[in-house]
Design a protein around this ligand. Structure first.
Ligand SMILES: O=C(O)C1=C[C@@H](OP(=O)(O)O)[C@@H](O)[C@H](O)C1
Ligand SMILES: C=C(OP(=O)(O)O)C(=O)O
Length: 446
């Protein structure tokens, strides 16, 4: 993406009932990890359903720059890995564009290598805190040769001759930090332990086990998860079918709930319980969602979600649910704008360090479109209007944030007046098919 490209606004307008059966692209978290672990393993990894969004393609470029071979053959991606411990020093900086996951996990992956690696990204990524990953890496002996103020990108890492395994208690609920430390542990001699006080998405643990790493997860009585990985083991290429991304499914799902008369099926959505907080919340709000054809694919549960327009009512969303729906708050806030009464979302501090300050971006977007809301330090209260009366008519600043862009386009489909976003370009980072998929269901977006 050209960071200096002219912004491309988009406008969503009140739409007729949405109808149809759709598939959303592959899960972003699993897609990043498939390319990373495939690129690191010995032998071939074959991936179907990979998300071909810009964030994930950048991870593919980074793994190629460090020696992996990655090609697309028809609908399948074939990755030939270097073998654990055998990544090569990249000749140029690794450019992660807009991607927090790609950059932070790769810092963990390469940190312990005795080589110099430079990380760069777009204006949004360069504002995001990287100290959360650099702190544990420093403890392992990794030098940070260059970093922007407050440990931001661009930054350069230099690994030690022998990285030290550590025990690290993750200070904030972050799957990216947990994963970076576990991936770094793959190249430290001995056992690296991550203690996770609050469970976050568990794809790294599950996939490392699938690739043959010596990893164990224990949840003692105190509830803290202890994850141990033994370094310098062999990883073997795998066959992976990436399930549909629940964070992308969230957009047609909420659209179908708020546009009267809608009836939509979203097929093959990942139902891993560390990712289903939004569905749980919407059902508490009165959403008509049924799970059809529940099945297991490659160790993950998936289902087809049938969603019918529903009368929603406000709820309190507890803070402990945040990790299982962290990327879904912008679109939950949109659902809340059409719910009866008040929806109170608690424990949102991590929203402030995403592609934008999402708590502020959502609040400003709601206000610009006539929705009554209150932004607290780590809370958001939204007072809804079930008939959509008075909602819309504003332009939303997306701040290079794909989820803000998609959430407010969904809002426009049920609002009295159209909703405009200042730039749709970033949608391609996680959901390139969004506009085609939504207009295919009957959404009026131009
Ligand atoms: O590990 C992952 O794949 C992700 C973890 C989450 O970030 P944090 O770890 O910063 O919460 C999430 O917001 C991101 O979209 C994907
Ligand atoms: C936070 C997100 O992604 P990342 O941290 O990978 O940029 C997201 O996709 O909503």
């Amino acid at each position: 993406m050209n960071a200096h490209a002219k912004p491309m606004p988009a406008t969503a307008s009140k739409s007729p009932a949405l109808a149809g059966q759709v598939r959303v692209p592959g899960d972003k978290s699993i897609s990043h990890r498939s390319l990373m672990l495939g690129g690191l393993a010995s032998g071939e990894t074959r991936i179907t359903g990979l998300l071909e969004g810009e964030d994930v393609l950048r991870t593919g470029d980074a793994m190629r720059a460090m020696g992996a071979r990655i090609t697309r053959q028809g609908s399948e991606w074939i990755v030939t890995g270097t073998g654990n411990g055998c990544l090569l020093e990249p000749e140029a900086p690794l450019d992660f564009g807009n991607a927090g996951t790609g950059s932070r996990l790769t810092m963990g992956l390469v940190g312990p290598y005795e080589m110099t690696t430079r990380f760069i990204g777009d204006a949004s990524l360069s504002k995001r805190p990287m100290g959360r990953v650099l702190d544990p890496l420093r403890q392992m002996g990794v030098q940070v040769l260059e970093a922007g103020a407050g440990d931001r990108m661009p930054l350069t890492l230099r690994g030690p001759r022998h990285a030290a395994p550590i025990t690290y208690r993750v200070p904030m609920p972050s799957a990216q930090v947990k994963s970076a430390v576990l991936l770094a542990g793959l190249n430290a001699r001995g056992v690296t332990t991550v203690i996770e006080p609050v469970k976050t998405r568990d794809h790294t643990e599950k996939m490392l086990a699938g690739f043959g790493a010596a990893i164990e997860v224990e949840t003692p009585a105190d509830g803290e998860r202890h994850i141990r990985v033994e370094g310098q083991g062999r990883l073997a290429g795998q066959v992976i079918a990436v399930p549909g991304d629940p964070s992308s499914a969230a957009f047609p799902l909420v659209a179908a709930l708020i546009v009267p008369g809608s009836d939509v099926v979203i097929e093959n959505v990942l139902m891993n319980e560390s990712r289903t907080g939004l569905v749980t919340t919407l059902i508490e709000m009165g959403a008509d969602i049924s799970f059809e054809n529940r099945r297991d694919t490659g160790g993950e549960e998936v289902a087809d979600l049938r969603v019918r327009a529903s009368e929603l009512a406000g709820v309190v969303v507890p803070p402990e649910r945040a990790p299982s729906m962290i990327d879904e708050y912008p679109v939950l806030a949109v659902a809340a704008a059409f719910a009866k009464g008040e929806t109170k979302m608690l424990g949102l501090d991590e929203l402030r360090v995403k592609e934008s300050d999402r708590l502020a971006a959502v609040a400003r977007g709601l206000e610009a479109n006539g929705v009554d809301c209150e932004e607290g330090a780590d809370t958001l209260v939204v007072r809804g209007r079930p008939d959509g009366k008075g909602i819309g008519g504003g332009t939303v600043e997306t701040h290079l944030d794909h989820r803000i862009a998609m959430a407010f386009l969904v809002m426009g489909l049920a609002a009295e007046k159209p909703v405009t976003i200042d730039d749709r370009a970033m949608i391609a980072t996680s959901f390139p098919e969004f506009l085609t998929l939504m207009t295919g269901l009957g959404a009026e977006i131009a």
